[in-house]
Every structure is written in C-alpha cells, then in structure tokens.
Design a protein around this ligand. Structure first.
Ligand code: UD1
Ligand code: UDP
Length: 364
C-alpha cells in the first residue's frame, strides 16, 4: 500500500515529530513509524508516545549501541530490510542524530525520496557528531524544511537547489503550544514538586564536549552551584543517561543544585512555567526557552540555532565559569527585549501540506 514512513530514534525526534505524526494520522494517511530505539529507556522514549498521543511504532530496530560504528552497523541493514519489504512514497526524518542520518542514507540508496525536518542547521563544529549528520542528511534530502531564512540561505550557499527548500519554522513551536495547556494540570515527580511556584534555574547537559570529560563536568556543576548560592536561588539538573553515567556514584558537595532524573514532556512544560533561567547545552531547550521567553545560558562554544541569540534571551558562554556567572547575573537582574523567533505560525501544518503535495498517498 502507498504510504509515508517516519524514522525516529531519540527523545527530541519524538517530541518534534509528534505534531506531524498526529496530523498525518488524523488525515488517515497510511504511515509506518520506524523506531531505531537509539533511545530506549521509558523516560527517554515510551513516555513521549504516551503523553503526546502518538501511535506506537510499527517497527523497532533495536539499534542502540555503544559506538557510533556499531550503531550504524545495526541501523543500516535494519532500515534496508523494512523499506525493501514495504516501500514507502517518502521517508521523513528530523534533526541531526545517527538515527536520522542512517534513515536518510538507506532511503536514498533505495531511491526513496527523503524529507528532512529541521534542515540547514550548522554549528561549523565538526567535533560534534551531529554536524556531519546534518550536512549529509541535507545533501541527501529531496525536501528540506528549514526553520528560518538564515538556515535556508545556508543550504543555498552549499549548492542545494532552491526548489527543494521551504522555510517552515520549527515544529518545536507546535509541540510547545499544543501541550502547554494540558501541561498546566500535569503532576511533577515528587522529587521536583517543591520547585513549583518558586524561582529556580533549570539545567540539562548532555553534549559529549562537556559531559564526557568528568573533570570538566564536575567543575562546571560546582561553579553553577556557587553562582546559584550567590544568587540565593535553587537549581535542578535533569540528567541525561550519558551525564548520569559520567557522574557515577560519587556525590558532589552541592548546596543549591539538585541532580535529578529526566522527566516527561508534560512535567517539563510545567517546570518551564516557573523556571527563572535555563542553563543547557541542548538544542531543543535553547528553542523552547526562546519560545517561552525564559532567559537561556548555553554552555557550548557555538550554536546552530542563531535565531535564539537574535531573539535576545540566549547567550553562549562556552565552558568559561566567569562568563556563565556573568550571563546568569545579567539575565536575572536585567530586562530582555524579546524578538520573534520564527516567521511561520504553524510549522507542522505547512510541512504536512508540502509532504502531501509532493508525495500523495491518500488512504486505501
Ligand atoms: C543523541 C544524539 C544527540 C541528541 C541526543 C538527544 C547522536 C550522535 N546523538 O545523543 O544529537 O542531542 O541523543 O538526547 O545521534 N542511553 C541510555 N538510555 C537511553 C538512551 C541512551 O542509557 O535510553 C545511554 C547510551 O547507552 C549511551 C549514552 O546514553 O551510553 C548516549 O546515548 P546515544 O544515543 O549514543 O547518544 P546521546 O548522547 O543520547
Ligand atoms: N526534555 C524532556 N525531559 C527532560 C529533558 C528534556 O522532555 O528531562 C525535552 C526538552 O524539553 C526538549 C527535548 O527533550 O524538547 C530536548 O532533548 P535533548 O536535550 O535530549 O536533545 P537535543 O534537543 O539537544 O537534541
């Protein structure tokens, strides 16, 4: 049967593809959902299918692995088998993970068109595994959905044909707006309930450049704790498994910063409501902070999301403790002149309309 196939594998892909999946399902478009299981813990995976009202994956590839080579070695033949047996009209991928690149490469080898959601992002930092994934996926894709004009310009500058590119905004905007209202009633896990209604800093850190160096990670957390004490506020770090593994069992002597498990998307949106500041190296959190107008300090050397800097409330501080302290101080004690982030009101509507016009596959 003619159908579209969506490939995904990690937390941010599930969250950002959710508004597209729901629209395609509601239009009764035949769909397969191929989950690589790059992320597999319930709190990084299943919880989002439940909370975001998504159909369960049609295929699980069980391709999580320690090294990237090993992961690709599991993903490539698994995608090839699924799409050779049941060939879709097009494959839809999101972002810059190993899962999205593996899907784009195998679809292209099978001469199945690829649509790339969140195209054109560039950090120009090839130490990030995501940079190679982004560049390669964009150059394989047949439809490229760029969040902003600047991302589209980057694609044009790399020689990608203009007729393949559409500026759509970012589907994270739909994910935030479509769940904000129900999130108000969501329960926070017991460990986080005391943060509701208080002024606190919300932290997530998972990039290898920081967390794979235990000394750098620990000193960054200690410096953050000290600055929270000096600002008389609390903070909470929601740990990614990569970060949790690096922290190990030796507790850090922290006074104001708590280290907690990751949470689902509805509690996350609820936490955002009260967060005074976000400190992160996450791509998604930089965007959500700018959408929700929460000041954000980005603990990285660069960002592939320059629109969040232009919006006025994101600052890059690298791994410099003094710069982190200054940025937090400036944001907490200053005012931000927020500017609009994306030019498109409903990214997922635009993307679904474009998909169905290029790859028609009406039900039955
Ligand atoms: C991946 C993506 C990154 C994205 C992030 C979102 C790549 C190269 N990286 O990074 O772009 O920002 O997801 O969170 O694709 N682990 C668990 N449980 C899980 C998932 C992972 O314990 O459910 C462990 C893995 O065993 C591994 C580590 O966490 O040891 C890292 O997982 P991996 O998927 O390799 O990369 P992420 O750091 O999650
Ligand atoms: N997120 C979540 N629970 C958490 C931490 C993050 O729901 O405990 C959400 C967050 O709001 C954002 C997405 O996960 O939508 C970001 O994922 P991540 O930081 O893992 O990946 P990145 O965006 O950096 O690729």
């Amino acid at each position: 049967m003619r159908h579209l196939s969506i490939a995904l594998g990690t937390r941010p892909e599930i969250i950002k593809l959710a508004p597209i999946i729901r629209r395609l399902r509601d239009k009764k478009i035949p769909l397969t959902l191929i989950h690589t299981n790059q992320h597999y813990d319930h709190i990084l995976d299943g919880v989002f299918f439940e909370e975001l009202d998504l159909p369960p994956p049609t295929h699980h590839l069980h391709a999580a692995a320690g090294s990237h080579g090993e992961m690709f070695g599991k993903m490539f033949p698994a995608f090839e088998k699924v799409w050779t047996e049941d060939r879709p009209e097009a494959v839809i991928v999101q972002g810059d993970t190993n899962s999205s690149f593996a899907a784009a490469l195998i679809a292209t080898r099978l001469r199945i068109p690829v649509a790339h959601v969140e195209a054109g992002l560039r950090s120009d930092d090839w130490d990030m595994p995501e940079e190679a994934n982004r560049v390669m996926t964009d150059h394989l894709a047949n439809r490229l959905y760029a969040p902003t004009e600047e991302h589209a310009a980057r694609l044009l500058g790399e020689g990608i044909a203009p007729e393949k590119i559409l500026v759509t905004g970012n589907t994270i905007a739909d994910a935030v707006t479509e769940h904000r209202v129900i999130a108000k009633k969501a329960a926070l896990p017991a460990a986080l309930s005391s943060y509701a209604g208080t002024r606190f800093a919300l932290l997530t850190l998972h990039r290898p450049a920081l967390v794979d160096d235990p000394v750098k990670l620990r000193s960054m957390l200690t410096a953050t704790d000290e600055l929270l004490v000096s600002e008389s506020m609390r903070g909470v770090l929601l740990t990614h498994p990569r970060t949790r593994k690096q922290l190990g069992d030796t507790p850090l002597p922290l006074k104001a910063l708590a280290i907690e498990e990751p949470i689902g998307y509805l509690p996350m949106l609820k936490l955002f409501q009260d967060a005074a500041i976000i400190i992160t190296d996450s791509g998604g959190l930089q965007e959500e902070a700018a959408i929700l107008q929460i000041p954000c300090v980005t603990v990285r050397e660069n960002t592939e999301r320059p629109e969040t800097l232009k919006a006025g409330g994101n600052r890059i501080v690298g791994f410099d403790h003094a710069a982190l302290q200054q940025a937090v101080h400036d944001f907490l004690h200053g005012t931000i002149n927020w500017k609009p982030l994306y030019s498109v009101a409903h990214p997922s509507d635009m993307i679904v309309a474009d998909l169905l016009s290029h790859f028609p596959c009406a039900s039955s």
